[in-house]
Structure formats: C-alpha cells, structure tokens
Design a protein around this ligand. Sequence first.
Ligand code: SAM
Length: 333
Amino acid sequence: MEGFLISKTVFASCELGVFDVLLGAERPLSAEEISQAVGASLDGTQRLLAACTGLQLLNTQQDQGRVLYSNTEQASVYLTRSSPLSLFQSIQYNSRTIYLCWHYLTDAVRSGRNQYEKAFGVSSKDLFEALYRSDEEMVKFMQLMNSIWNICGEDVITAFDLSPFKVICDLGGCSGALAKQCTSAYPECTVTIFDLPKVVRMSREHFVSEADQRISFHQGDFFKDPLPEADLYILARILHDWTDERCIELLSRIYKACNPGGAVLLVEALLHEDGSGPLTVQLYSLNMLVQTEGRERTAAQYAALLAAAGFTNIQHHLTGKIYDAVLGHKEID
Ligand code: SAM
C-alpha cells in the first residue's frame, strides 16, 4: 500500500542532490548544511534525511548534540550521479515518466492499452514516436537504457559462449552499453548497433566514442529496412515492447538476414513458467502494459516465438539477476 512513499523518498532525495552533496563533502554533514547545499527548507530536509536513514540510505552519528549524516555504501554506489554504477538517470526517468504513466494503471488494465495519451497528451500509435516526443525525452530514455548494463551486462553477454560469433548486430542497440560489454567480453568480435536514425545520431554524439573502433552504427527501421548480415543478432529488451505478431515478424526478418550457423540472443527478464514470479518481472509486465504494446514472457513463450520464425536448438540461461538470456540458432543449410 505504501511502497510509493519509499519510491518518492528516493526520487526526491536524488533530484535534490542529497547523496551528491554528501559524496562531495567528504565528511558527515548536519541537516542545516545539507538543506543549504541543496537549497531546500530545513524542516523538509530534516524529515527527508530521517526517512533516508530509515531506508538505510544514510548513516547517522552524534556530534556534540547534533546529528550528522553520511551516505551508506549503497547510496554512494547507486544513487550519486558520478558513480560508474549510478542509477541516477534511471531514477529520474522513473520519477518523471514511468511514475506518471502508473497513475493510470487502473485504466491501462481496464483498456489493455498503454496510457501515453492520458499521461502526456501524445498519441501512442507509433510507440517510439511517443517515447521520443522530444530530443530531451529521447536522451532521458537512452540514459535509462544505458545504466543497467554497467551492472548486469556482463552476466547476460557471458550467459552463453558467444565467441564463435564474430560479426554481431545489436538490433535496437540504443546507447551502445551492451555493445561495449560485448566487445570487452569477446575480443575478436565487432558489433553494429542498428537503431532508428535519431537514436543513432544521439548515440554517436553522446554515448559511443570514435575510439571504440569495434563498434559501428547502422540506422534504419528494423520492421521495414534491410537488416545487415551477421552471425549473431542481439535483441535486448526489444521483444518485450511488442505483441507476439510483431515479434514473429521481426524474428522472421532476422532469420532471413542471419548467416547460416548464426544465432539470435534475446536478453529479457524471464517470468517463471507457472507465472508465480519473479515479482520484479511481474511488475515489469504491468509496466509494459502502461508504457508499450508488449509484455514480459516466460522462456517457453520466447522459445515459441523463435521457433515460429524458424530458429532451432533454443536454450535459455537464468543469470540470477534481473535480465536473462535466450539463444536460438539458424541451422547450417
Ligand atoms: N537494447 C537496448 C537496451 O536493452 O538497453 C535498448 C532497448 S529499448 C527498450 C528499445 C530500442 O529499440 C530503442 O533503442 C529503440 O530506439 C529501438 N527501436 C524501436 N523501434 C525500432 C525500429 N522500428 N527500428 C529500429 N530500432 C527500433
């Protein structure tokens, strides 16, 4: 019932920069010092700091009758902007976009449709036109996509031995975070990031450096334009955006473009076969309802989609983290 109180406490603390101020100070600070540094009322700040302490995001110590606050390790690692494992941008996207869509969850369940129109006044006829309704929104979405692969990208990329696949295409590769994990895990591969033209432009400008010579870009619409030939196609968090029909359409196009002996790697959060969990994935599936045309699926459901497109020898691997891997092969003729 009150889970949202916790989310909003984390959102507000990050947005105000509480954890950044404490990181920068390099010493414990009082509520007065923090409220001044973040430009907020003393009373409000004191209550926020108390809640963060209860959530074990802040440590407290007494100093001559004053309470001093410092970040817990978890807060320093995940909630500060500058940390290499920062979730700051994801938290902002949750706060400013996803939370607003979830306001209409009841309507989404009633209608079985996403709630972009109600939440943002934009038609969701073209899903990614709605998501990318401005350059600013697109960058925020790309930052959301980017952060998680610093935390669990290596697990999904090494779930199977992908070293036999030298030419890799990351379809809907977005900011290139998973492509970078791939080139560092497999020194002999090259990765082409295929994405919509404006995403490719932004990714080139802000996310992937030219020094990264094993990563290149290809712009296009994966439902319409020719796909580059490759030994392996990565589809990370792509199929969960779309209906079964659209998924089979896309997988069939991939099957045609794929070199014989090649494969497709799906990176998705897998539901248990009996639907009993994991809770995070069950909640993500509701998130897909309020935000997209898709859903989260079980390994068997993904296997059925892959088989319908022609892929064989389908295996899945649970990583124990949020995202898992499913691999399907195209037989050598
Ligand atoms: N694979 C990335 C990851 O896991 O971080 C991004 C996943 S994001 C949910 C979906 C990606 O698919 C976005 O980068 C989006 O721009 C891209 N995309 C959506 N529709 C597309 C289309 N028709 N053609 C090419 N890319 C598309």
